[in-house]
Every structure is written in structure tokens, then in C-alpha cells.
Design a protein around this ligand. Structure first.
Ligand code: ATP
Ligand code: FE
Length: 355
């Protein structure tokens, strides 16, 4: 089973070819074209600019993915596309491209939830059996999910306000570091003292595994303004200390809440001791290391996909589409783009019916 995947829900245009044989998946090609340069002067993703760039690039990504895989379109078995959630203009660019290719070739069309793509990535890269506990931590999301099957994800907690990726991006903006902020804050934090600025860990000692990051964002703003008021600006060391403090606070929150989530999960599934991470923030080295340490303490297998499959890509979409297709899915040609689409709704079957 060989599937083309197309992704365009945020600011990366991507296409990939994935082959699925039984339970084994292989990424034959994965092309990702980012848009950082286009949005840099605005300090964030501008939806109209993103939509236009996706429309211009999606065909090129598909051509490059096919060329690199050595497959012709006619040799594929299906076309999978992110049909939500995300910026509607971008999602539409991908969906239109996929529909066009499907109409021209007669290949089945499969709509994929972008978050399901992230949540299934551990199975694309490792031999992970259901059920498993996962932390999906990205630019727009942060949730603990029990992945029970390809399309059943039970949310047992998550952020009640912002996502950590968004907080990394905001912190980078406050410190005049480039976007997307995550990798830059991580790098800057290496030379910093995480204890220099005392920062809050909201909800840390509350029961359950819900999290909050908006107070941390405000605290970074105040700490920065305090330094600026005192010295008239930030030194490199201030930037490093603020980055390190912020990253340490996010890490502490994620580790403590993962500890609680693991306990809740083990109470339900004592046998399958697997914890996986995915999403852009899962690319963060210190966060990965801290969660790996926690899993070792809990005698739990830790699965962390390679960095390029944590951030947005189309291999995860091709894979999620392939497994849906293998289970008999085939979405109608009037498949629609959905800006909102919570993962715990069993939505694929509803896609075409507009419910
Ligand atoms: P979502 O998947 O929730 O719709 P998205 O697709 O925009 O959002 P991803 O591409 O999964 O999000 O992740 C992007 C986010 O990951 C950005 O906020 C970015 O700053 C963050 N990120 C990327 N690399 C790192 C890193 N090394 N450390 C921390 N954060 C990172
Ligand atoms: Fe994403």
C-alpha cells in the first residue's frame, strides 16, 4: 500500500510518499517547505500570506515527493490530505490539490486529522502497539491522549489555555529571537541560568493532568520589562537566563503532569507501559531528556520520533491516511476543510456529510 500525503494546515507546505506493508511503514520521501522568511517581518504566521504560499507550492512539493520516491502517481494506492484542523485557507489549498489529483487519477481520497497525524507518528517510526499514552505538544495543542486505535483517542488532560509551542514563540518574540521560537529559545537557553529569574509553574500541585501556560508567558513579559526598566535593554546573558528559566518551567510542568498522566493511564492499562511524545515541542532536547528520565523511573518504554517527524510534515499524514485506507476508509469527493476538529471526535466518517 503506497500513499501520497499532503499537509498545508499551518506554515509548512509538505508532501510525502509512505509505503505500508502489514504493520511496517516506510517513508519513501518527505518534502517540507517552510515559510519562515515570508512571515518574519510580521512576528507570526499571517493566514493570507500562508494560504497563498501553500497554493503556489503544494504542486511542487507533490512533484518533488513523487520524484524522490521513484513512484509515478498512477502507481499509488491512495491520496491522503490534512482536512483540518488549521488555518482554513491553507487547509483548502491542500484539499483542492488532493481532490484535483484524485479526480484526475481515480485514486481514493482520504481526509486526515492533522492531530491524528501527530498522534500516530510514534507508530510510523517505532513498533508501538495500541493502547499507548501520548503527549501531543505542539504550536497549537497540548494534550495527554490514550491512543486506543487509529481513530480513537481519549483525552485525559491538557492545557486549559495556551500551548507550549505558542509560549516558546511568544518568549522568542519578547527576547527579539527569530520565529518559530522553539529552537532559538532552546539554543539560547544553553548558556543561561534557569534559576536567575524565578518563574511560576501554574497548576503544578493541582490534582489531575491539566496544565496552564498563559501565566508563564505573562511572567516572562514582566521579568523582561523589569530588566529593561533597570538597565535600558537586555544583554545576551539576560536573554540566555530568561530562555533557560522559561524552558525549565515548561519542562517542570510537562514532567510533573506526565507523571500524573502515567499513573492514571497505568490504572486503566497496567500492561502496555508505553509513553510517546509528538508535535513540534517534542523536538526540544531538554524536554525529551527529562521525559525519558521520568519513563526510566517508571519502567516505561519511551518513544520519541526523530525531530523532523515531530514538527509538521506530510509523512505523518500519508501514514495516518494509509492506515485509515487499510481499514476501509474512502472519503467522498465533497470532503470539506474543517478549521476546528477535536481529536476525540470520531470525525472521519462525518467528513463528507457536513455534520
Ligand atoms: P498544531 O500541530 O498544534 O496544529 P503546528 O502544526 O503549528 O500546531 P507544530 O509544527 O507541530 O505545530 O510545532 C510547531 C511549534 O513547535 C512551534 O511553536 C515551535 O516553536 C515549536 N518547536 C519547534 N521546535 C522546538 C524546540 N526545539 N523546542 C521547543 N519548541 C519547538
Ligand atoms: Fe502540527
Amino acid at each position: 500500500l503506497t500513499v501520497l500525503g499532503i499537509e498545508s494546515s499551518c506554515d509548512d507546505t509538505a508532501a510525502a510518499i509512505v509505503r505500508l506493508q502489514g504493520d511496517k511503514a516506510e517513508v519513501l520521501s518527505s518534502i517540507v517547505k517552510g515559510q519562515n522568511d515570508l512571515h518574519a517581518e510580521f512576528g507570526g504566521v499571517v493566514p493570507e500570506i500562508a494560504a497563498r504560499a501553500h497554493a503556489e507550492r503544494v504542486d511542487i512539493c507533490v512533484e518533488e515527493a513523487l520524484a524522490e520516491s521513484g513512484y509515478a502517481l498512477s502507481e499509488l494506492d491512495a491520496i491522503a490530505v490534512t482536512s483540518g484542523p488549521g488555518l482554513i485557507g491553507g487547509v483548502l489549498s491542500g484539499v483542492m490539490c488532493a481532490k484535483g489529483l484524485s479526480a484526475a487519477t481515480g485514486l481514493p481520497l482520504i481526509g486526515v486529522n492533522h492531530l491524528a497525524g501527530h498522534a500516530l507518528t510514534p507508530r510510523l517510526t517505532d513498533s508501538v502497539t495500541f493502547p499507548y499514552l501520548m503527549l501531543l505538544v505542539s504550536g497549537g495543542h497540548c494534550q495527554f491522549l490514550i491512543a486506543e486505535s487509529f481513530d480513537t483517542f481519549r483525552r485525559i488532560g491538557g492545557t486549559i489555555d495556551d500551548a507550549p509551542g505558542e509560549a516558546f514563540d511568544k518568549t522568542a518574540r519578547l527576547l527579539a529571537l527569530p520565529q518559530p521560537g522553539g529552537p532559538h529559545v532552546e539554543k539560547c537557553a544553553r548558556d543561561g541560568d534557569p534559576k536567575k529569574f524565578p518563574l511560576p509553574r501554574p497548576l503544578l500541585n493541582q490534582p489531575g493532568c491539566d496544565m496552564s501556560f498563559s501565566g508563564l508567558k505573562t511572567a516572562i513579559l514582566r521579568a523582561r520589562d523589569g530588566v529593561v526598566a533597570e538597565k535600558g535593554g537586555l544583554t545576551e546573558q539576560d536573554r540566555a537566563d530568561l530562555s533557560a528559566g522559561f524552558q525549565a518551567a515548561v519542562t517542570d510542568i510537562l514532567v510533573e503532569k506526565t507523571r500524573r498522566a502515567l499513573n492514571e493511564y497505568f490504572a486503566l492499562e497496567p500492561k502496555n507501559r508505553i509513553f510517546a511524545i509528538a508535535g513540534g515541542v517534542a523536538a526540544n532536547g531538554p524536554i525529551r531528556d527529562a521525559l525519558m528520565g521520568l519513563c526510566r523511573e517508571h519502567n516505561t518504554e519511551f518513544v520519541a520520533p526523530p525531530l523532523r517527524l515531530c514538527t509538521d510534515n506530510a509523512a505523518m499524514i500519508a501514514y495516518a491516511g494509509a492506515v485509515r485506507f487499510a481499514e476501509g476508509a474512502n472519503d467522498p469527493e465533497h470532503l470539506t476543510a474543517r478549521p476546528r476538529w477535536p481529536l476525540d471526535q470520531r470525525a472521519p466518517a462525518l467528513l463528507g456529510s457536513g455534520k
